[in-house]
Design a protein around this ligand. Structure first.
Ligand SMILES: [Zn+2]
Length: 360
């Protein structure tokens, strides 16, 4: 392949550049061009050099960024895809462990998997690239539009709810009519991933709250209103009524102080999913009372990362459903379109950002 423009970093040290790269050892039977690529906390963390688990592909002194994408097939030697098809490429690529071999590299048991744009595999923020058909998920719903770029962050949420469902089976978790109505879910954070967690939580029937340490912009307030999510500004006391107990806690902040503050407000048999990562978050103290609280109430803390092909497919169905139900309001989750070459976007989060995307 000839030279193409790409966003690159040097992992794990950081920096970001938009420059020409030549990646001629890439294999695949489908050639793709991105239509949209999303930017998230992981991309910004890498550029800042705060994600120590990231690394360049073997033989390269750089890594092409980008793991959230909606792409178009421009050439295909695969019977499954034709020119013009819209697809989402999988981020994680399997290693050789038992979980990877059954198609669940999201549960990789030896860390030998790779992730496009994150760990040892070039990402999708470049004008063209090759991939194999078995790494692509087709976008069938023509009405989904640009929202299909959210498939990647949504698949994380689908998998996390799968973890939630498995863990919740250890006791009677639903209410007395076997639904989650009346159960409280609290999501820490107000970024795109937090909102998608909140959409799913509402979908499951939870009384859904999102929380931040500061007020949120009007577009986010509007998004909450549209989707039936309640916002809590934790800088204002009192945050919760006395008897408020969280049944399902989801963290997108990666901040241990915040997480443990709300773990101590969890209900019996509560489940906490930890999703946000922030290696630079400050230390916090945990004491014996915290541990007692968790044990005496059968609280489960579960980490959840990434997802498998099945979750991408379900993510597309959820996005179609939400788009059908909320129409134009759903499109407002994309708060900014940027041009390839914009660097500032990686260093400064635009005000009111839910999801910023680059239109290629
Ligand atoms: Zn593995």
């Amino acid at each position: 392949m000839e030279k193409v423009n790409a966003y690159i970093t040097d992992a794990p040290g950081g920096t970001v550049k938009f420059t020409q790269v030549n990646i001629d050892d890439e294999k695949g039977n489908v050639t793709l061009r991105p239509i949209l690529t999303g930017i998230c906390g992981t991309d910004r963390g890498m550029v800042k050099g705060s994600l120590s688990f990231t690394y360049n592909p073997e033989g390269y002194d750089f890594l092409v960024l980008g793991h959230e994408s909606l792409c178009e097939v421009i050439e295909s030697d695969s019977p499954e895809f034709k020119k013009g098809d819209r697809v989402v490429p999988l981020v994680r690529r399997p290693g050789d462990c038992p979980n990877c071999r059954i198609g669940r590299p999201d549960n990789c048991s030896d860390g030998e998997k790779h992730e496009a744009g994150i760990t040892g595999l070039h990402g999708f923020m470049r004008e063209r690239f090759k991939d194999f058909d078995f790494n692509l998920v087709k976008v069938d719903d023509p009405d989904l539009g640009d929202i299909a770029v959210l498939t990647e962050p949504t698949k994380n949420v689908v998998k996390a709810f799968e973890v939630f469902e498995k863990v919740s089976q250890r006791s009677v978790y639903a209410n007395n009519i076997s639904t989650y109505e009346g159960k409280k879910a609290l999501i820490i954070g107000t970024g795109s991933e937090a909102f998608i967690y909140a959409f799913m939580s509402v979908d499951y029937g939870f009384d859904t709250y999102i929380l931040n340490r500061h007020p949120i912009e009007d577009n986010k307030i509007e998004m909450c209103r549209e989707f039936g999510i309640k916002f809590i500004d934790s800088s204002k006391e009192p945050e919760f009524p006395e008897k408020f107990h969280i049944d399902f806690l989801i963290d997108t902040s990666g901040d241990p102080g915040t997480i443990f503050k709300y773990v101590r407000k969890m209900n019996y048999n509560g489940i906490a999913i930890l999703f946000g990562t922030n290696g630079k978050a400050p230390k916090t103290e945990i004491d014996g009372e915290d541990i007692d609280y968790i044990i005496e109430r059968n609280i489960t803390l579960a980490g959840s990362v990434d997802a498998a092909r099945i979750h991408y497919m379900r993510a597309l169905d959820y996005l179609s459903k939400w788009k059908r139900r909320h129409g134009e309001a759903m499109n407002k989750i994309i708060t900014g379109y940027f041009k390839p070459g914009d660097i500032d976007l990686f260093e400064n989060k635009p005000s009111g950002e839910i999801k910023s995307v680059i239109r290629w």
